[in-house]
Design a protein around this ligand. Structure first.
Ligand code: ZN
Length: 675
């Protein structure tokens, strides 16, 4: 279900740029505020595409931007109103713009853009405004009311009554996605996928649908593309489609998809777009599956895209999908690497250290490619994954395979930006680790992503009658752990050298060291004091690292060492560590295959959630001195179409000069279609 790798602490794992890559003057770092650094990515080789491919990309890019408002509304129902109000102040405020209050409001607005709403994209906590309510109210009142998003008979005072609570009351809508054990996850989450619905009501509603259709070999993803609302005691789904919820934005998406279709590279791409348009028109989930199947089959073209209601991280129950888009074309040289992995998928499956009962007899259609991103949209912007594996429906993956991509021009931007961070000097135990990571870190990090996406998620099988949903709120953590462990186990396998994926039998240590150090220690830089770990990928990394640490304690496999009052992670036995990864993979595959909720809960709660407060405080302090931003977002390039007098596109050019604020304000003007 969850096939996104969010950037694993790049500063830890990707400090290296290959020596043979030429230096450029390209400015990777664009902006810095709060805990965020905004980066810019390049689109190498765009000029080598044909005019038709550029035309195709141009309209797919437009479709990627057209859905921007949807993710804001999905994340919380007040987000669009907050964004528009803040933008109106930012653009029209004629008072003193040099005050601390105005600076704090600007930072808050930048955070809202980064989170696609009032909550942090990663921690899901509500942003804390550092400007006063009085300043905010006076600023709003000083500006022409036409500039504000007033509904019907709403007055400025009405607007302020709502927004004062939304922005300034820390308890109201406190958490976007709450995953805390033992509370009603819907009533305590601020996302906008449910209205007046309790967790039990929603689970009953969808379990009933699933049970009624449980003998179907091809179940649709119930509830994927709708909001669930309770009114007058009955539950109703409000579908996201043309003529339904989000219609205005979806119409624009479809309009651009229709234009793109004319420039498709082959017939299958036209079929894919046709099915997607049908889905946006009807909201029929069977059509969505048909579309997904056609999309998986389309592998011949250079250009590809994701556009739609895709990942379910934003729903505490993992049912409803956020809207996202990524447009891309194939990176041919780097794709050779993942093709090698895919070509050997069956060997990896047959030799996996798991119960043979849970191995797939036949791993089908694992295609893998490295892509160059041209546009990020919706839930993939400004924060982006570095690898994606879709579709999410298990039966489609089993019967038709899936497409797996790694986004190398994005990781490249991370690499470059991290070069001078000083992170390795502060946190690595010795020059041995620093050198090995410097030499192989970039290579093994990309390889880990490939193994995770191409093989990890695609591996293993479920017992009859078991669904990944059995693990409920722990499902995504367990699934990410499964994919990571598959990658960690195999990256140290002699097969890597045999297949020419790694140059020698010590390169894998770069990935082992950065992974364990991150999971045990440095990812805590992303957690606020006194908080637990919430996000699925972070829980997964903590789970794996702490489990192997505990299990290997007697033999001192992984050790915490002290030097000058600072704590460091040291790996004493890399071979034994690999064995432990294999053992945990077996355990987690069994949990997944048998749908063992209690075992999943116990593993995640014991190893994945809790934070050692003393170590946490130390890590935060050391990290703070480096003055690094723990989270990265991106700006997109600007694509400009040159047209002839009939409006036909004759060329598409790229520029990299737009800054973060300019881009966000422009998007809000050009691509804001929802009321
Ligand atoms: Zn994943």
């Amino acid at each position: 279900m969850k096939k996104k790798i969010l950037p694993i602490l790049m500063i830890a794992s990707m400090l290296v740029v290959c020596g043979n890559k030429k230096e450029t003057d390209f400015q990777y770092s664009v902006d810095k505020f709060a805990d965020i650094e905004i980066l810019r990515y390049q689109v190498p080789d765009f000029d080598s595409l044909t005019l038709q491919q550029k035309q195709y990309i141009y309209y797919l890019n437009e479709a990627a931007l057209a859905g921007r408002d949807i993710i804001y509304d999905q994340n919380c129902r007040y987000n669009l109103c907050v964004r528009r109000t803040l933008e109106a102040i930012y653009e029209n405020y004629r008072g003193d713009r040099k005050t601390d209050d105005f600076a704090a409001l600007t930072t808050y607005l930048k955070q809202v853009w980064m989170g696609n709403g009032i909550h942090h994209h990663y921690s899901c906590d509500k942003f804390k405004p550092n400007f006063s309510q009085e300043f905010f109210n006076n600023a709003v009142k000083s500006i022409d009311k036409e500039k504000f998003p007033l509904e019907n008979a709403q007055t400025i005072d009405d607007l302020l009554t709502v927004l004062d609570k939304v922005i300034f009351d820390p308890e109201f809508l406190k958490k976007r996605v709450n995953q805390e054990d033992g509370v009603d996850l819907l009533l305590t989450s601020a996302e906008n996928y449910y209205e007046n619905v309790t967790q039990k009501e929603a689970e009953d509603f969808y379990n009933k649908m699933k049970n009624e259709n449980k003998n179907q070999a091809q179940p649709v993803s119930y509830g994927l593309n709708s909001k669930l609302i309770k009114g007058n005691d009955s539950l109703q789904e409000k579908a996201w489609k043309i003529g339904g919820m989000y219609s205005e934005a979806i119409e624009k998406i479809v309009e651009n998809l229709s234009k793109a279709k004319q420039f498709a590279e082959n017939e299958q791409q036209k079929v894919v777009i046709g099915k997607l348009i049908d889905f946006y028109t009807t909201a029929d989930l069977k059509t969505f599956d048909d579309y997904s199947i056609e999309w998986v089959k389309e592998t011949a073209g250079m250009v590809d895209f994701i556009n739609g209601f895709t990942e379910v991280y934003g729903d505490p129950l993992g049912i409803k999908a956020s809207w996202e888009s990524v447009v891309n074309f194939k990176n041919i040289a780097a794709t050779k690497r993942t093709e090698t992995i895919s070509a050997n998928a069956q060997w990896f499956e047959d030799n996996a250290p798991i119960n043979p009962e849970f191995r797939k007899e036949e791993v089908k259609g694992v295609t893998a490619k490295v892509i160059t991103v041209t546009m990020l949209g919706g839930d993939c912007y400004p924060s982006t994954p570095i690898g994606i594996n879709l579709p999410n429906a298990n039966w489609i993956r089993a019967q038709f395979g899936s497409k797996s991509v790694t986004m190398e021009n994005i990781t490249e931007a991370y690499d470059r930006a991290a070069l001078k961070s000083g992170f390795a000097d502060e946190f690595y135990w010795s020059d041995y680790e620093r050198n090995i990571v410097k030499e192989y870190g970039s290579l093994t990090s990309n390889l880990h992503t490939d193994l995770h996406e191409c093989l990890g998620h695609a591996s293993g099988k479920l017992k009859a009658g078991i669904s990944k949903d059995n693990l409920k709120a722990y499902g995504s953590t367990i699934e990410e752990a499964r994919a990571d462990l598959f990658a960690l186990y195999y990256i140290a396998d002699p097969k890597m050298i045999e297949l020419n994926l790694l140059p020698n039998d010590s390169a894998f240590k770069a990935e082992y060291y950065t992974y364990i150090m991150n999971g045990l220690m440095t990812q805590l830089t992303r957690i606020l004091p006194d908080k637990n770990i919430e996000e699925a990928h972070m829980r997964n990394r903590s789970l794996i690292a702490h489990w192997v640490y505990e299990r290997g304690k007697a033999e001192n496999v992984v050790e915490f060492k002290q030097k000058d009052g600072k704590t460091y992670v040291v790996i004493n036995d890399y071979a034994k560590l690999r064995t432990l990864f294999g053992e945990l993979l077996n355990q987690i595959q069994t949990i997944t295959s048998t749908g063992d909720f209690e075992a999943a809960r116990s593993l995640v709660e014991q190893y994945g959630v809790k934070v050692d407060k003393t170590l946490h405080a130390q890590v935060l302090e050391r990290y703070k001195k480096l003055n690094l931003a723990p989270y990265k977002g991106f700006v997109n390039p600007v694509f400009t179409a040159k047209t002839d007098k009939n409006g036909n596109i004759t060329d598409v050019t790229i520029s990299y000069t737009e800054n973060y604020v300019e881009q966000q304000l422009r998007y809000s003007k050009q691509y804001s279609f929802l009321k």
